[in-house]
Design a binder for this molecule. Structure first.
Ligand code: BGC
Length: 388
């Protein structure tokens, strides 16, 4: 299986080299470039240097743009989505994700802004689990628990990247090899994450992973969305979550194992509600995994987020069984973000499609164990549009 994945990656590399040379170095003007000269947005992918890590490692940033002007910038450090510019109802572009202007902010102090999270998104209680009779101890980085892959998760490593262009989309495929024993996990794990933006104004994130030993894997994307372009907090955003149940947690935010109904509680977003309307009744704010009614990208809508002031709407569909709704409770305004903006509590919210937190310790949850010889595949689509 590893061989197959390597072969597929090598084939993709060969295909991409030709494209990469012309798309990235821009040696001669393309028909699309002349369209831009005429004031028409074009599909494009380009690569620039974003900065250097303290050890000198170079970090690149890819800018993807579609025919409607939607633009995503993603860097090789943490495969982090640095910015996502989306039009409002009058066509004005605004950046709908929190982050920093420069690499330094991401390296020094990043509460997972825009990152790919792994090997295991969210918490594993006490950083321990048992698999095939063996007890594994993971790095502990959140009180006594393991969070988002540990001390140096996938959000803090430099990924390899390959741009790609297809008839209706542009993208970048990021790959990373997580070694046997990294942060305490068993087995070598090859991970590929493909970000694409389509001319239908979708940001698609697809994941593939293969391991040479059984290991827990739970990959997710950790953007903090603010559809008002960061103009105000997200308490006025309207949210719909297609989930009749959620997984209640204890004081350490570890699931109790129960799948509880949301009906009649402030957790209920089955009909659209503003986030601020009942947040005061939820101790600490929202930071919960919802059990999606239907995990199906073709027909199952997982979430819809709307900002009435800008008219921007984002719909999420996914193949994952859960979604973590985190209302930015730990943002405390101490870190100046993009343009010097101060991100206070509830300035952004995360909708992380995922398997349930602490699944390796809950046999009643859908399994997160990836077996050798199998390939994990997962897809999440963020679709943007506006309403009056
Ligand atoms: C978790 C929060 C955590 C945050 C870190 C979220 O996915 O659910 O508990 O504090 O990530 O930024």
């Amino acid at each position: 299986m590893r061989k197959t994945m390597f072969r597929a990656m090598a084939a993709a590399l060969v295909l991409i080299i030709g494209f990469g040379l012309s798309a990235c170095k821009k040696e001669k003007p393309t028909p699309a470039a002349s369209a831009e000269a005429n004031g028409v947005a074009k599909m494009d992918v380009k690569k620039d240097l974003f900065g250097r890590l303290p050890d000198g490692t170079q970090v690149e940033i890819y800018t993807l743009s579609n025919m409607n002007g939607l633009k995503a910038r993603i860097m090789t450090y943490g495969a982090i989505l640095v910015s996502l510019e989306v039009p409002d109802r009058s066509g004005r572009l605004g950046d709908v994700v929190l982050g920093y202007d420069a690499l330094d902010g991401y390296v020094k102090n990043n509460p997972y802004f825009g990152a790919i999270v792994g090997r295991y998104g969210n918490r594993i209680a006490k950083g321990r689990f048992t698999l095939d009779g063996a007890v594994y101890k993971l790095a502990v980085n959140n009180g006594e628990n393991h969070l988002h892959g540990g001390l140096k998760g996938f959000d803090k490593v430099v990924w390899d990247a390959q741009p790609r262009m297809e008839s209706n989309s542009v993208g970048v495929k990021f790959t990373y090899l997580s070694r046997d024993g990294e942060e305490g996990y068993p087995g070598n794990l090859e991970v590929a994450v493909l970000y694409t933006i389509t001319n239908d104004d979708e940001l698609r994130i697809s994941y593939e992973a293969a391991a040479d030993k059984a290991t827990p894997v739970n990959l997710t994307h950790h953007s903090y969305f603010n559809l008002a372009g960061g103009a105000r907090d997200i308490l006025g955003h309207e949210l719909m979550l297609a989930a009749d149940r959620y997984t209640p947690v204890d004081q350490g935010l570890i699931p109790t194992g129960e799948l509880a109904p949301v009906k009649g509680t402030p957790m209920d977003f089955t009909t659209p509600m503003t986030i601020g309307s009942r947040i005061a009744k939820v101790e600490g704010g929202y930071d919960h995994n919802y059990v999606l009614n239907k995990a199906d990208v073709a027909t199952g809508l997982a979430a819809r987020l709307a900002d009435p002031t800008s008219g921007r709407v984002m719909e999420i569909t996914t193949t994952e069984p859960g979604i973590q709704f985190y209302s930015g409770n730990f943002l405390d305004g101490t870190i100046p973000g993009k343009g010097g903006r101060v991100y206070k509590k509830h300035f952004g919210l995360c909708l992380e499609t995922q398997h349930f937190p602490d699944s390796p310790n809950h046999p009643n949850f859908p399994s997160t164990i990836l077996l050798p010889g199998r390939v994990l595949k997962s897809l999440t689509i963020h679709k943007f549009y506006t309403k009056r």
